[in-house]
Design a binder for this molecule. Structure first.
Ligand SMILES: NC(=O)c1ccc[n+]([C@@H]2O[C@H](COP(=O)([O-])OP(=O)(O)OC[C@H]3O[C@@H](n4cnc5c(N)ncnc54)[C@H](OP(=O)(O)O)[C@@H]3O)[C@@H](O)[C@H]2O)c1
Length: 297
């Protein structure tokens, strides 16, 4: 009888003890929040990025005093815009692990912005503003936010599938960090970023279809965050690789966020654990935005 009830304990429902996770861009911001969520619950988490020092700081600062004795944060440098580097990453991890339970495609960039309000002046003024956007900027945003997610997933496909076939009661899964910017109908002054994030949501659905096949059996989902503190959304990060967004009483109203604040580390951690552990969620995008999209549909 007891067993029937114990199954419902949070510890059991969100058990990632002994799991292997890979979080791209895991040294800062949202990626670090997710890495900490898994590592503090007993997973070995490989964090990747281009800056070795940033990754080492994250691993030293946050990996040394984890809440679970089996947890680990392991830094490995890799550039997700470079196929050879992605392949090297998967091969390095394969030397130490027989499977990867969760791949979090999180590493992303935002590119530059344009003043779209120029359209209030004239078509010519808006045209001039938007024409100034660089093709190279668009390409580099897509190269990271879409193409990088695609090839990283493909590189880890056999290791993710191995997490399913080893019979631990869960499938390997991929979590793509997209954005509410890929859902809202406003450009938010960055067309390249917003269209790349919409593409990441579509990529999630396409990969979910592809990888549900009997020979692969890997779930693919996405988290679309609202505004979270990170190097991308603030001036950078402190000596612990953490960023903060000052929030006063009028913040929620000014930004149109019913929750009245920016996203917190626990908000992101809960969403990542949900998609990793719930075995019945396939091809979905979970929006974690404090209600932002209700005000900015
Ligand atoms: N913060 C938000 O409000 C928010 C909202 C919605 C979505 N997002 C998404 O969340 C994800 C994480 O961003 P963040 O906000 O946490 O910003 P962040 O702190 O700047 O994190 C991005 C991370 O990605 C890494 N990265 C960038 N390009 C890379 C590449 N080519 N190869 C490997 N790693 C790379 C960066 O490390 P290196 O520079 O060392 O490579 C950095 O650690 C992004 O996909 C972003 O679009 C963020």
């Amino acid at each position: 009888m007891d067993g029937g009830n114990v199954r419902f304990s949070v510890k059991n429902l969100f058990n990632v003890e002994g799991w292997v996770c890979v979080v791209t861009g895991g040294g800062t911001g949202i990626g670090l929040m997710i890495a900490q969520a898994f590592a503090n619950n007993g997973a070995r988490v490989y964090i990747t990025g281009r800056r070795a020092e940033t990754l080492q700081t994250a691993a030293k600062t946050w990996g040394a005093s984890l809440a679970h004795p089996q947890g680990k944060i392991i830094p490995i440098t890799a550039d997700i815009t470079d196929k050879a580097s992605i392949q090297n990453l998967a091969q390095e991890i394969a030397k130490h692990e027989k499977h990867v339970d969760v791949l979090v495609n999180n590493a992303g960039i935002d590119g530059s912005t344009s003043t779209v309000e120029k359209g209030d002046e004239s078509a010519q003024a808006l045209q001039k503003e938007l024409w100034n956007e660089e093709v190279l900027m668009w390409e580099s945003v897509y190269r990271t936010n879409v193409i990088g997610y695609f090839f990283t997933t493909v590189a880890f496909m056999p290791l993710l599938s191995a997490a399913t076939t080893r019979g631990g009661g869960h499938t390997g899964s991929v979590i793509n960090i997209s954005s509410i910017s890929g859902v809202t109908r406003t450009s938010q002054h960055h067309y390249a970023y917003n269209t790349s994030k919409a593409a990441a949501i579509q990529l999630t659905q396409l990969l979910a279809q592809e990888m549900r096949r009997p020979g692969v059996k890997v779930r693919v989902n996405s988290i679309a965050p609202g505004i979270f503190p990170s190097e991308m959304t603030t001036e950078g990060s402190n000596e612990q690789n953490k960023s903060s967004i000052p929030v006063d009483e009028s913040y929620g109203e000014k930004k149109g966020i019913p929750a009245g604040r920016s996203g917190g580390e626990e908000d992101m951690a809960q969403a990542a654990l949900l998609l990793a552990c719930n075995q019945y969620i396939y091809g979905q995008t979970v929006i974690v935005d404090g209600g932002y999209l209700l005000a900015h549909p």
